[in-house]
Design a protein around this ligand. Structure first.
Ligand code: NAD
Length: 316
């Protein structure tokens, strides 16, 4: 049985990856320190014989007994409120954590895939963003702790590939959504859903003309799986190019939730908020024969059911 180590396994994306590798018949070793994750995301896997969980901070030396075929490094605070609250941990997990896992991959002769992000493009000056764009990141701005940690993650991953010959894969993930997102993680989609379900004002920053492109989690997981199995070591964008302005998106959520008291409210733009975001997925199409299959309408309905269960509506 092939063995895979997944870091950040109790988080949103990590837990879906655990499910996928279990489904594919792997022995899954899940690792997390629960900084932003939740064991409830993976508790259904605990009874399985081919699943084990290590509570461990990957910025410390990582030891796993036995062989490892694959490593997926997904540990990192990922939403702005998390990494603004935990700037040092964010930098450490991108830098020291990635270094530790690359060292483990070298020692175990495993293939490693690391989770990078569209944030490496910063506030982009080209649109849509393709992998050969180097980005427009402010290293000393508030988001620099996340963006630069991920840029370092890519750089050290390439160094281990070029210098040590480690088999590496780099995925640049664009905004992804679906069940198991944290209701209060501060990202637009969970915030909009919870505010609409509670019948409150939906927080739009600026005039809402900034754009985002949302990918349903099942599509992302498929793209990551294909990238891991490919022989391509340079970064690949995985995301859904269906772009929408934040204002229109807020309106879409309101009409989906059908709560008559929900409405849009406008607030000042946070510093360094990217104005546009849309992946160019030509590379993923050509190399992985991948493209997203789940439309936003379909993905949002599946996600609405999850949020309806999670969001507590205050009773009078
Ligand atoms: P998440 O917060 O739900 O999951 C991250 C997990 O990493 C959590 O379970 C957390 O406890 C764990 N973690 C953090 N620091 C750790 C450490 N030092 N040691 C061990 N575990 C640690 O976030 P997510 O949305 O699932 O993101 C997962 C990965 O994907 C992150 O690396 C993130 O940067 C990347 N990513 C996500 C998105 C997205 O849209 N969700 C977009 C781009 C990139």
């Amino acid at each position: 049985m092939k063995r895979v180590l997944i870091t950040g396994a109790a988080g949103f994306l990590g837990s879906h990856l655990c499910d996928r590798f279990i489904k594919e018949g792997y022995y899954v070793i899940a690792m997390d320190n629960l900084l932003t994750g939740d064991l409830r995301n993976i508790e259904h896997l605990f009874p399985l014989k081919n699943f084990e969980y290590y509570h461990h901070d990957v910025t410390k030396f990582v030891h796993v007994p036995g062989s490892l075929d694959y490593i997926l490094h997904f540990a990192s605070p990922a939403s702005p409120i998390d990494y603004l609250k935990m700037p040092i941990q964010t930098l450490k997990v991108g830098a020291l954590g990635t270094h530790n896992l690359l060292g483990l991959a070298k020692a175990k002769n495993s293939r490693i895939l690391v989770a990078s992000t569209s944030e490496v493009y910063g506030d982009p000056l080209i649109h849509p963003q393709s992998e050969d764009y180097w980005g427009n990141v402010n290293p000393v701005g508030p988001r620099g702790v996340y963006d630069e940690a991920k840029r370092f993650l890519e750089a050290i991953t390439m160094a281990y590939h070029n210098f040590h010959g480690v088999e590496t894969r780099i995925v640049r993930i664009f905004n992804t959504y679906g069940p198991r997102m944290r209701v209060d993680d501060g990202r637009a989609l969970p915030a909009f859903f919870s505010q609409a379900i509670r019948g409150e004002g939906i927080t739009i920053f600026g005039d809402g003309s900034q754009t985002r492109s949302f990918c349903y989690v099942d599509d992302l997981v498929e793209g990551i799986y294909r990238l891991l199995m490919s022989d391509y070591h340079l970064p690949v964008n995985i995301g859904n190019p269906d772009e929408i302005s934040i204002k229109e998106f807020g309106e879409e959520i309101i009409s989906l939730v059908e709560n008559p008291t929900a409405h849009l409210t406008f607030h000042p733009l946070p510093e360094d908020d990217p104005k546009v975001r849309k992946p160019d997925i030509t590379k993923a199409r050509e190399i992985l024969n991948w493209e997203p299959k789940v439309s936003r309408a379909e993905g949002l309905i599946k996600t609405l059911n999850y949020f309806l269960e999670k969001v507590k509506v205050p009773t009078e």
